[in-house]
Design a protein. Structure first.
Length: 287
């Protein structure tokens, strides 16, 4: 076979091989002809192009990350906070992305970083320090995404998520001391409330105990008076029965009790008439 024929066959083979190209999975392609875009958003797979005239670029459409250094921002009450955040983004429109950044990821990051920084600065400036560090962080992150996507449409990218890793108070700021003072005042308020509630409960328990004590004493005194009255009634009944059975013996017994009480000290002196009824058992002779 002649050399010219071999050369022609080789050229044909090279041209045939150069007519096909493949877009990797998770990538998107753009086809150019003399530097002008003739087709964009080429899906993964095997495709045809005109060799030597057209060329193809592909871009990764997977989610990419932007991890920024902590930035200092001002809250609504003009207090400094250091915010450390990261951004998840991806290429949404390959043609717009190429036009805005020449298809260079580093250039896209350089343009994306100030946009997100400004969005975060504006959102934090509308909120108080308590709102920034409290439960509103999820809503605030969604605002970062919504507002950020409006600002990056011209870059052909989409912001998937913006997350705050941490929020710190600057060491050279007066916010730390004011936060500590507010925390101390809050804890003192809670402690005073607990003491007041404890004192109120203590007074309630003491009052209830005093009331129960008075009730118990009153019931005990009532029962004692009742039992004493019943005892006195029973005693009087017994005395009455005894007196009715032998009045003379009863009178004698009562006289002995009176003598015992009158001469209990041993040195008592009584001056009485001999005919006094009190002395009648001293002179009475046994029958």
């Amino acid at each position: 076979m002649r050399p010219s024929i071999l050369i022609a066959v080789a050229v044909v083979v090279l041209l045939a091989l150069g007519s096909f190209y493949r877009i990797e999975e998770s990538h998107v392609g753009i086809r150019f002809q003399f530097g002008r875009v003739v087709e964009s958003e080429i899906r993964p797979g095997l495709h045809f192009k005109i060799p030597l005239i057209q060329n193809v670029l592909s871009f990764d459409r997977r989610i990419l990350s932007l991890d920024s250094q902590p930035e200092r921002y001002l809250t609504f009450e003009k207090k400094d906070v250091n915010v450390d955040f990261f951004v998840k983004w991806r290429i949404a429109e390959a043609r717009t992305f190429y036009t805005a950044t020449s298809g260079i990821e580093a250039q896209a990051l350089q343009r994306l970083r100030p946009i997100i920084t400004e969005v975060i600065r504006n959102e934090i400036a509308q909120r108080t320090l308590q709102a920034v560090v409290s439960g509103e962080r999820r809503d605030m992150a969604q605002r970062f995404v919504d507002v950020g996507n409006q600002r990056v449409k011209d870059l052909g990218i989409e912001i998937v998520d913006v997350r705050i890793k941490r929020i710190d108070l600057p060491e050279d700021s007066e916010v730390i001391s004011s936060v500590f003072q507010r925390m101390r005042a809050e804890r003192l308020r809670v402690a005073n409330e607990l003491r007041a509630e404890g004192s109120e409960i203590s007074e309630t328990i003491q009052s209830d105990a005093d009331r129960q004590r008075q009730v118990i004493l009153a019931e005990a005194d009532r029962d004692s008076q009742r039992l004493r009255g019943e005892g006195d009634a029973r005693s009087a009944e017994i005395y009455a029965q005894a007196y009715g059975g032998d009045p003379e013996f009863y009178a004698f017994h009562r006289s002995l009790q009176a003598y015992r009480q009158a001469f209990a000290n041993g040195d008592s002196v009584l001056v009485l008439d001999r005919e006094a009824d009190f002395l009648r058992y001293f002179e009475q002779r046994p029958r």
